[in-house]
Design a protein around this ligand. Structure first.
Ligand code: G3H
Ligand code: 13P
Ligand code: ZN
Ligand code: NA
Length: 283
């Protein structure tokens, strides 16, 4: 069934697990996310990025994900990942998304607050949940030093101010993760996470979670993260499986022979993540 994130994250927070938020780009990945959630009896968030919407087109993305959510036996939220504008958020809401992220993290604090509030006012009565971002999460490819990245981490006092001013349903924070594949092993600022949690009761979101070691994920969840975003690990599993098919049989011309195993590999990695997050059996 299609639900917003609000109830999913409230329960996760109370019971100290995290709901997996998995990025989709095509039919096979949507199917893999739902298959994994059903196999693990887990609530799940299917999310679409700017890149996904550009690649598949918003109508295909919303039609695929809505169908998946309607057919599923577990609760599923359809979430816009890193929404860039008020107009885009409204377009997704009109198309049936049950949740949106408005990413105003690049704006000055008061402008981030104003944009976030504008979105909340527009969608809350529709039952759509809203995630915002404070601090800058960025990509592993960003050409910046460790100390430059640390300067972009979420400030606990600012987080407290932000959630008082907005009442967002979920807050994405920067504590050392980055989008994409890590070169080394990421080091998370757990002390900062705890300081944020002490000041803020809003469900916290960890982005860039692919490549974060299992024990660090568990530690972050134990300190209050209750939504964990995974994209890159799905891409890796999907493409590796497809590559193995093609390497093993260069004459293969049936896309299903390539995409079927890719879909299975994606399902497997998503199931593993769900178990690490502790959301298995919580549907
Ligand atoms: O937001 C981060 C996701 O991994 C999306 O990346 O825009 O290439 O789909 P993308
Ligand atoms: P990864 O690709 O590093 O898993 O990050 C995903 C993400 O944060 C999507 O918003
Ligand atoms: Zn992200
Ligand atoms: Na990452």
């Amino acid at each position: 069934a299609l639900v917003s994130m609000t109830g999913l994250l409230a329960r996760a927070q109370k019971e100290h697990y995290a709901v997996g938020a998995f990025n989709c780009n095509n039919m096979e990945i949507v199917q893999a996310i739902v298959a994994a959630a059903e196999a693990e009896h887990a609530p799940v968030i299917i999310q679409a990025s700017q890149g996904a919407i550009k690649y598949a087109g918003i109508e295909y993305i919303t039609t695929l994900t809505k169908l998946a959510a309607e057919k599923a036996s577990v609760p599923i939220a359809l979430h816009l990942d890193h929404g860039t504008s008020f107009a885009q958020v409204m377009q997704c809401t009109r198309n049936g998304f049950s949740s949106v992220m408005i990413d105003g993290s690049k704006l000055p604090l008061e402008e981030n607050i104003a944009l976030t509030n504008k979105v909340i006012e527009a969608v809350r009565l529709l039952g759509v949940s809203v995630e915002a971002e404070l601090g800058k999460i960025g990509g592993t490819e960003d050409d910046i030093t460790v100390s430059e990245r640390e300067a972009l981490f979420t400030d606990p006092a600012e987080a407290e101010y932000f959630v008082k001013a907005t009442q967002v349903d979920a807050l994405a924070i920067a504590i050392g993760t980055a989008h994409g594949q890590y070169k080394g092993i990421p080091k998370l600022d757990f002390e900062r996470l705890t300081q944020i949690r002490e000041r803020v009761s809003t469900p916290l979101v960890l982005h860039g979670s692919s490549g974060v070691p299992e024990d660090a994920l568990r530690e972050a969840i134990s300190r209050g993260v209750c939504k964990v975003n995974i994209d890159t690990n799905i891409r890796e599993a999907f493409v590796l499986a497809a590559r193995q098919v093609l390497d093993g049989n260069p004459a293969e011309i049936d896309p299903r022979k390539m995409l079927g195993p890719a879909r299975e590999a994606a399902t497997e990695i998503i199931r593993e993540k769900i178990r690490i997050f502790g959301s298995n059996g919580k549907a």
